[in-house]
Design a protein around this ligand. Structure first.
Ligand code: NDP
Ligand code: 8X3
Length: 255
């Protein structure tokens, strides 16, 4: 009988929600596969956690299908039986109107949020199905998947894909024991806005100043909860906003 701890595979573990998830799963004794593009960030997270739990880091751009396959194929034995996949890597680029958007930015967002998530999911599905009962895929979408706003265009649409893909996966995974949860957070204080606004610290400060946004640890707690429910339960979608955030109504153009 194996005494290895269960394994969580987290994409985008170098920052924000992904890094907080690494800490949350480590707190509960899980072994971790942590991935992201920034090697030095991965090393830093590993250094913080490897005294507590087994940690394997993989420098990975989720857009690179061959690299995804290689990383998963080459997982050390103790990390092979991935029980929970947290599909978290993602980004937005730009916040202006669609008609002023940069097409290269749109491609990056689509390639990361859609193709990257699909790459990792499809490659790990046989493993997750092999683990079966109790396994889980946690996909991080966004309230932007559900509620339109100006400047969301491709970002929100990419997250709507994540939302529907999660539901559709549930259909195909019926009978395997593998759960699928779509978590849709609203305004959260991470590096998200810095990335979206291409390093503009004032945009970050303006958005999060004077309000109480969601913190990465808040989302990590919900990810952990959804991933460790009793094995006969599945949260389909969890939509979370900070109390300070709500809807602004529909807008009307008047000539
Ligand atoms: P951060 O910018 O803090 O973290 C994003 C993570 O994604 C980083 O670890 C980054 O790692 C990783 N990442 C980005 N592109 C790639 C890539 N091509 N390959 C691998 N990893 C990649 O933002 P958040 O923590 O906020 O974002 C996490 C997820 O949550 C995203 O999917 C985002 O869309 C979503 N989200 C964010 C909200 C918010 O308001 N902050 C609200 C709702 C959802 P690296 O750069 O090292 O590759
Ligand atoms: C990020 C939340 O509202 O900035 O997914 O699009 S929002």
């Amino acid at each position: 009988m194996s005494h290895n701890p269960p394994v969580a595979f987290i994409t985008g573990a170098t920052s924000g929600f992904g890094r907080a998830c690494a800490h949350r799963f480590a707190e509960a004794g899980w072994a971790l596969v942590l991935s992201g593009r920034r090697q030095e960030r991965l090393d830093a997270v590993k250094q913080q956690l490897e005294g507590k739990v087994p940690v394997h880091v993989a420098t990975l751009d989720v857009r690179d299908r061959e690299a995804v396959a290689r990383v998963i194929d080459e997982l050390p034995a103790a990390f092979e039986a991935v029980k929970v996949l947290v599909n978290n890597a993602g980004l937005a680029l730009g916040a202006g109107p669609a008609q002023e958007a940069n097409l290269d930015d749109w491609k990056t967002v689509i390639d990361t949020n859609i193709t990257g998530l699909v790459n990792v999911t499809r490659t790990l599905l046989p493993t997750l199905i092999g683990v079966g009962r109790g396994a889980a895929i946690i996909n991080i979408s966004s309230t932007a998947a559900l509620w339109p706003y100006p400047g969301s265009h491709v970002y929100g649409a990419s997250k709507a894909f994540v939302n529907q893909f999660s539901y559709n996966l549930r259909c195909d995974l019926r009978g395997t024991g593998v759960r699928v949860t779509d978590i849709a957070p609203g305004m959260s204080e991470t590096e998200f806005t810095l990335v979206r606004m291409k390093g503009d610290q004032s945009a970050h400060d303006k958005l999060y100043g004077g309000v109480e946004p969601i913190q990465p640890e808040d989302v990590a707690e919900q990810v952990f909860l959804a991933a460790t429910l009793p094995p006969h339960l599945n949260i389909n979608r969890l939509e979370i906003m900070p109390v300070c955030q709500s809807w602004g109504g529909l807008s009307v153009n008047r000539d």
